[in-house]
Structure formats: C-alpha cells, structure tokens
Design a binder for this molecule. Sequence first.
Ligand code: NAP
Length: 286
Amino acid sequence: MSAIKLCVIGTGLIGGSLALALKQKKYCAEIIGAGRSEATLKKAVELGVVDHYETSPENAVADADIVVVAVPLGAMHAVFKSISTALKPGAIVTDAGSAKQSVIMDAAKSLASHFANFVPGHPIAGTEQSGVAAAFAELYQQRRVILTPTDKTSTDAVNAVTAMWQTAGAEVECMSAEHHDLVLAGTSHLPHLLAFGLVDCLNNLDDVDEVFRFAAGGFRDFTRIASSDPVMWRDICLSNKDAVMDMMRRYRDQMDDMYKSMEAGDGEALKQVFERAKKARDDFCG
Ligand code: NAP
C-alpha cells in the first residue's frame, strides 16, 4: 500500500467508482470523501467507497496528495474556489468533468498557484445511473480516460494522474481541451440531446401510452441515455455550448436532407445514407 492520501470531492457514480477501484488495488493509504450532502457521504462510508468524510471541502483536502473533483460541471468553480487556499503545497488536483474548456477556465480563475498542478481529465465511462449507490469498481476497466493538460500543467502531475487512472484499469490519452470538446460534442453530448429530445417529442403525442407500450428493443437501446441525470446533462450542454450547437446544426442539415429525400420518394438517396452509416458503424464497432 502506498502512502498516498486521496480526497474525492463528489462521491457519486464517477468519483465513487474511482475510489472503489483504487481501494481494490490498494493504491492509497486513505480516501477522504467530501461533497454536498452529508447523507451521501455517510452512505459512501457505509458502502466502503471512502474511509471517512469531511463536510467541508477545505478540511477534506488539507492533508491530501491528490484531489479528484467529480461534481457536476456547474459546481466545479465553487469547489475549486473553496479548496484553493486549503491545498497543501504540491497537492495535485484533477477532475472528471465531461467538458474540458469550461473546467480549465474555472480552475484557472480559482486555483491560483495550484493551477500548474491541475490536470483536467474525463473518463469515457459511465452509465445512465447516478449517485454513490450506483458506483462500482469495474467501471473503468479497459475504458479510456482523456487528459487535457494545458501548457502550464506540470508533467509530474500529468504522470501521477495517468498512473492513478491506469491503476483503476483505464487507458489514458492526452489531447487538447478544444479537440476533446469537439469530439465529445459529437459522440456523447449530441446523442444525449437526441435521446432526451426524441423521448420528449413522443411524450407530447396524444396517444403516448400506446407509443411507449409498443416500443421495442431498438427504442430502448436508442433512448437508454435519456434516463441520465437532467441536471448533469444541462450543465454539460451549456458548458460545451459552441461545439454542441455546431453538431446540432450539422445533424439538423442531415435531417433536412433526409426529409427532402423522403418527400421526393428518393429511396436511392436514403439507401446511400443508410449504407454509409451502417459501414461506418460496423467498422467502428469492429
Ligand atoms: P453523480 O453520480 O450525480 O455524483 C455527483 C456527486 O457530486 C454527488 O456525490 C453529489 O453529492 C456531488 N455534488 C453535487 N453538487 C455538488 C456541489 N455543489 N458541491 C459539492 N458536491 C456536489 O454524478 P456523476 O455521474 O458521478 O458525475 C460527476 C462528474 O463526472 C460530472 O462532472 C460529469 O460531467 C462527469 N462524468 C459523468 C459521466 C457519467 O456517465 N455519469 C461520465 C464521465 C464524466 P449529492 O449526492 O449530495 O448530491
């Protein structure tokens, strides 16, 4: 067991699963939890996710070597601000937020001299469940974690955070925050908007019960992520607004083209879209 003291602020699905994975691997000497409600923190101790907790983030980070901030994007700034003067010299701070440019701006504004030891991160793993009870140690096995260091980020801090995620079972890649936000807007943020939007659209139909009663596996597959946490997804969409809106425009243009093909009864045009999409997905899914 190493002597590392880890603090996890936000012991929900993402922070809780990381804590459980790291405990299993005996990565650290102790894990301190912090967050919003004491009820969640008590539950985190009961479930063996953290060793103990502090209700104030300042107290929680005071002795920590690595601090993982896994709260909703809208809460990042306040959390960074509350811990900035309490961190010990050399403490490393990282986060798990699903958009990176906004978190980097929040950290740059609030972490002051600790900003060089801040490593922005995003695990590409999750489920539609939230909360500490949904956390499980295997969540990051063979999943990717993207780190988006800035030109001010210390290499030692990046190496330490890389080692932490690798211990939890993940593969770590580095890229720019701009690139991350663009890629994730297309592959994660837009799909969530589509799922929420489709379910809401059908829910507004007069015979909605009939529609949902006959919904089959394809509908369930497509809309599973519409069961995700609404507050979290509001924050993600607004935090990555420009890139998400760009993807929405592209998708709207695609829908407009397909609508025109339908209107014209142009089956060939539709078939070409479906064939291109099927090939791309089959190739991607291996
Ligand atoms: P979650 O299960 O809802 O957990 C969020 C945790 O943050 C809870 O412990 C919550 O405490 C705490 N929290 C909420 N507001 C807070 C505040 N103002 N101050 C301090 N703590 C606060 O959410 P999650 O799925 O773990 O997501 C956490 C982060 O990971 C988000 O930034 C999200 O973008 C990112 N992420 C999520 C996924 C995913 O699929 N879920 C994947 C990758 C990255 P309470 O229980 O007391 O509310």
